[in-house]
Design a protein around this ligand. Structure first.
Ligand code: GLN
Length: 485
């Protein structure tokens, strides 16, 4: 599949119609889904209708937006009016939202063509998409391996060419880690830049929606389309949204040198040597492009993981209390009183990982333990934020590996939750501090699996991380490789 800009040109020059482009994506989905299982629902009828509307506009000589007619996949935890939204959970199996999330409404208004809802770890809890109650998504580079998670369906769909771009959500790494595993670009925006209205809440103080694509430029275009103030989200920021794509340049030799900090604590123990080598080479490349490289210490970075696994489950235990068999989705029959209806519904509707998190969160928030766990974790969160603030006094952006390894085999970590949690070592601190982060492909291991570089920016400096990622991408060929499917 071509890029947004190429497809837009083809549409405007009437070389191809939106219906043709959409049909190509739908054909690809039909051919690849038996292998990839990226989608939970395919919305072919609606997609073709949307495409016809774009073609009608073009025929009438109207101007179209850059996303008009572009096939897009949406993670199935964003509400889409009249279209099932399951969060890959049994408890929402029959839930059809009566309203549209802000991000998908923006995309509809821009004329983007939603081809389907993508698979995820149940309620976005996981790092491999194996926690989906419905299906396991495969990594397009090696079908025996996981695509990462929790937005594994959105990452695999883009890597496999089933759609041009997609949306995921990222609470602790769920956009960047699957982007790394699938060899695509994935960006988690600054907390508050993109509206969470209609995003099914996991951990509300950490959740952000963001784009997946095969190029930095496409990510820049999609980010601009979904970002912006929304009165429906009380944490939404009132800021101007820049034209990110317009600021991309192939080098980093601006008036003032781009200062890049390498977080030293993210190297060494636990990091796969092949990943370390690729990321080190990428840093050399950034220096050649004109950046100034600094070694930066974030001593509290490593406490991100333990504090996240108190804060995120705590928020989740509160957010998931609403699934009680009354308000949404599933209700288990044959209960003889209200309490047993609640407990039976929740026992059969939630999967193992979701139950584990509800229990951890309920425990951490309970009277007597609150100070020792939740309050402590919040204090650690503040210290991690301070580490970043100190770092950004010296440099413009920070770099780390996105994940400690490349994609692992399906089933390899499902019985060991702690080893699964370790995947997000490098991405979690970024969510705790509310900062933007991007994954850009930076190599392949000996098995032909993609490796990713994470670029972290200061608050609302999406422009800078996109610039660094773009300059790097344009000077390398990693993004041109495609999986053989
Ligand atoms: N893997 C992490 C978790 O399981 C992050 C998930 C996410 O970002 N949604 O919580």
């Amino acid at each position: 599949m071509a890029s947004i800009r190429e497809l837009h040109e083809q549409l405007v020059k009437k070389e191809r119609s939106a219906v043709e482009i959409t049909q190509e994506a739908l054909d690809k989905i039909q051919a690849l889904e038996p292998k990839l299982h990226s989608f939970l629902h395919i919305t072919a009828q609606q997609a073709l209708e949307q495409a016809r509307a774009v073609d009608a506009k073009i025929a009438a000589g109207e101007e179209i937006s850059s996303l008009a007619g572009i096939p897009i996949g949406i993670k199935d935890n964003m509400c889409t009016k009249g279209i099932p939204t399951t969060c890959a959970s049994r408890i929402l199996e029959n839930f059809v939202p009566p309203y549209e999330s802000t991000v998908t409404q923006k995309l509809l208004d821009a004329g983007a063509v939603m081809v389907g809802k993508t698979n995820l770890d149940e309620f976005a809890m996981g790092s491999s998409t194996e926690n989906s109650a419905y299906q396991v998504t495969a990594n397009p580079w090696d079908l025996t391996r996981v695509p990462g998670g929790s937005s594994g369906g959105s990452a695999a769909a883009v890597a496999g060419g089933e759609c041009v771009v997609s949306l995921g959500s990222d609470t602790g790494g769920s956009i960047r880690q699957p982007a790394s595993f699938c060899g695509v670009v994935g960006l988690k925006p600054t907390y508050g830049l993109v509206s969470r209205y209609g995003l099914v809440a996991y951990a509300s103080s950490l959740d952000q929606i963001g784009p997946f694509s095969r190029s930095v430029e496409d990510t820049a275009i999609l980010l601009r389309a979904i970002a912006g103030y929304d009165p429906h989200d009380s944490t939404s920021l009132k800021v101007e949204i820049p034209d990110y794509a317009a600021t991309l340049k192939p080098d980093l030799k601006a008036r003032r040198k781009m200062r890049i900090g390498v977080i030293t604590e993210t190297f060494g123990q636990g990091l796969d040597s092949v990943v370390e080598a690729a990321v080190t080479k990428a840093i050399d490349q950034l220096q050649m492009l004109g950046a100034e490289i600094h070694i930066i210490s974030c001593p509290r970075f490593r406490y991100g993981l333990p504090s996240y696994y108190i804060i995120a489950p705590s928020e989740a235990s509160a957010n998931l209390a609403r699934y009680d068999g009354v308000k949404y989705g599933l209700r288990t029959p044959d209960a003889d009183n209200l309490l047993s209806m609640y407990t039976r519904t929740r026992a059969s509707g939630f999967g193992t990982e979701v139950k584990r998190r509800i229990m951890i969160g309920t425990y951490a928030l309970s009277a007597g333990y609150y100070d020792a766990y939740y309050l402590k974790a919040q204090k650690v969160r503040t210290l991690i934020k301070q580490d970043f603030e100190n770092a950004f006094k010296k440099v413009d952006v920070l770099v780390t590996p996105t994940a400690p390894t490349t994609a692992f085999k399906a089933g390899e970590k499902t019985t060991d939750p702690l080893s699964m949690y370790l995947n997000d070592l490098m991405t979690i601190p970024v969510n705790l501090a509310g900062l933007p982060g991007i994954n850009v492909p930076c190599g392949f291991d000996d098995n032909g699996l993609p490796i990713g570089l994470q670029v972290i920016g200061n608050v609302l400096r999406e422009d800078q991380i996109l610039q660094v990622a773009y300059a790097y991408e344009q000077s390398t060929t990693w993004h041109l490789r495609q999986p053989e499917l």
